[in-house]
Design a binder for this molecule. Structure first.
Ligand SMILES: Cc1cc2nc3c(=O)[nH]c(=O)nc-3n(C[C@H](O)[C@H](O)[C@H](O)COP(=O)(O)OP(=O)(O)OC[C@H]3O[C@@H](n4cnc5c(N)ncnc54)[C@H](O)[C@@H]3O)c2cc1C
Length: 454
């Protein structure tokens, strides 16, 4: 089981920022770089490749897990060899960011994506375990794509697409944010006569909006972070979906090889000092020798994996800091970024919802649903076998976690105004449209700003 933010929150002991003494570190434990990148998911790994290979800058990536890739989860069935990408499943072209796959140093092969289990999709009520039949209108019915096309046309006609993707640089000041975008998505759909889009949006964005309760009550602006206009095009066939041959982890294993020892795996920042002339970070690094270049996720779950060294502290001295992790309270605590009533504190509160729903509870919900489906015959009899989770991943919080009122009062401007302050920059799905290729495009804009003056 992947232990992410939940365990990390308890595991980090955060020293108060601002008292880092270089002489406390052995010379071999001090790392000098142009840019320190925190998080090696889609955003951090992409930024690291572009900064080192295209801009000629030196980087170090601090990654909490023993592997790069973030939400990518590739599970290879030991018996059949079948590949299951149960985290990030697919990629779609967005502007020129798709070129990243085919650049000479990456060069992974892509194939058209088909849903897991082929094209057969069954809709089941998890509470009863029964398959939904005639009365249920499935999201793949004709009405859904038609409504989504109308949603797309509405977004582009009003310029709302450019305000919200790939990042929110183009969003007007709080009081001028279009009221439609601050409506709950249910009301937005009703207002524009496109309710049929909701049942298609929900399965696509379900895990990415970071709010519990009724899907229709979530703010449109939050929903379109996980269902941006660019993504809507796949629903009416304007763009196609692809996967990486061999599993999506292949891409990040390649990046891991390119970056080599410039990635600190199993590592987290525990203290920091940031100023306009540069940053210093203290990193707790587990120094697992057998994973310097990362391992495929199926390999890292081998039970004989063990720590070979006690965690050790390193000091990173860099000109710039790029945060490519979700800006939750726990993640930001070592960076001395949180102040009472700061806008980022509000974003962190969406993580509070997330911590209310621990993996154990999520697993129990899944287990009960499967058992129910077996009981009523929707799934075949398990013949005495227990439900087993062969792979599991906690994908952390999503969404903005702020109200329409906070957005009107300038929350988004305040958050984006933090870019570059005290040599620190933000990227990733916490603050931009939540699809890999769109985050790469967001990076392309951001990296030009970061390297200015480097
Ligand atoms: C279940 C799921 C399925 C998805 N499917 C798709 C899809 O099919 N296609 C698509 O384009 N998008 C998909 N997405 C959206 C996905 O969020 C983005 O595509 C993208 O992967 C986000 O990248 P990121 O780098 O911003 O964040 P992440 O991928 O979350 O990367 C953050 C990285 O930082 C590390 N980290 C976190 N906290 C710390 C810390 N304190 N210190 C050090 N390291 C830390 C994490 O281990 C992780 O490696 C999916 C999202 C989810 C949750």
């Amino acid at each position: 089981m992947r232990t992410t933010a939940l365990l990390a929150a308890g595991a980090i002991s955060v020293a108060s920022a601002g008292r880092i003494t270089r002489s406390d570190f052995h010379r071999e434990d001090i790392i000098y770089k142009d840019v320190a990148i925190i998080g090696g998911g889609a955003s951090g790994a992409h930024a690291a490749v572009r900064l080192t290979q295209d801009y000629g800058k030196s980087v170090v990536v601090v990654e909490r897990e023993p592997i790069l890739g973030g939400h990518v989860d590739t599970y290879i069935d030991k018996t059949t060899g079948n590949i299951h990408d149960y985290g990030i499943a697919l990629y779609f072209p967005y502007e020129d960011s798709f070129d990243f796959f085919s650049r000479p140093d990456i060069n992974v092969t892509l194939s058209p994506w088909v849903p897991a289990g082929g094209n057969e999709i069954r809709y089941v009520d998890f509470t009863s375990g029964q398959e939904l039949t005639s009365a249920f209108q499935s999201p793949d019915g004709a009405a859904g794509p038609i409504a989504i096309k109308k949603f797309h046309d509405l977004m582009t006609a009003n310029g709302w697409d450019n305000m919200t993707q790939p990042g929110y640089w183009g969003l007007p000041a709080g009081k001028d944010i279009p009221e439609d975008l601050l409506l709950p998505i249910g009301e937005f759909a009703k207002k524009h006569g496109i309710e049929a889009m909701l049942s298609s949006m929900y399965p696509s964005t379900g895990g990415g909006v970071g709010s519990r309760g009724n899907f229709e009550d979530i703010l449109t602006l939050s929903i379109i972070k996980a269902f941006p206009t660019a993504w809507s095009k796949v629903f009416f066939g304007e763009v196609s979906m692809f996967k990486v041959d061999g599993g999506n982890q292949v891409l990040y294993d390649k990046i891991s090889t390119i970056l080599g020892k410039d990635v600190l795996y199993n590592s987290q920042v525990v203290d920091s000092q940031r100023s306009n002339s540069g940053i210093e970070l203290v990193v707790d690094s587990a120094r697992l020798d057998n994973r310097k270049d990362g391992l495929s996720k199926s390999m890292r779950r081998k039970p004989n994996r063990k720590r070979e060294d006690k965690p050790t502290k390193k000091l990173i001295i860099a000109k710039k800091l790029l945060l490519a992790i979700p800006p939750t309270r726990e993640n930001l605590a070592p960076f001395d970024l949180l102040a009472p009533n700061s806008p980022l504190f509000s974003l962190g509160s969406s993580g509070t919802n997330y911590t209310d729903f621990p993996p154990s509870e999520a697993k129990e919900v899944a287990r009960k649903a499967i058992q129910k489906m077996v009981e009523v015959g929707t799934l075949p009899d398990l013949e005495g076998e227990e439900v087993e989770f062969v792979a599991w991943s906690d994908h952390g919080p999503g969404g903005f976690g702020v109200s329409a009122q906070e957005l009107r009062e300038g929350w988004m401007e305040d958050m984006y105004a933090l870019q570059g302050k005290r040599s620190t920059w933000f990227t990733g799905n916490g603050i931009a449209a939540d699809f890999t290729t769109m985050l790469w495009k967001f990076n392309d804009v951001l990296l030009d700003k970061i390297v200015e003056g480097l």
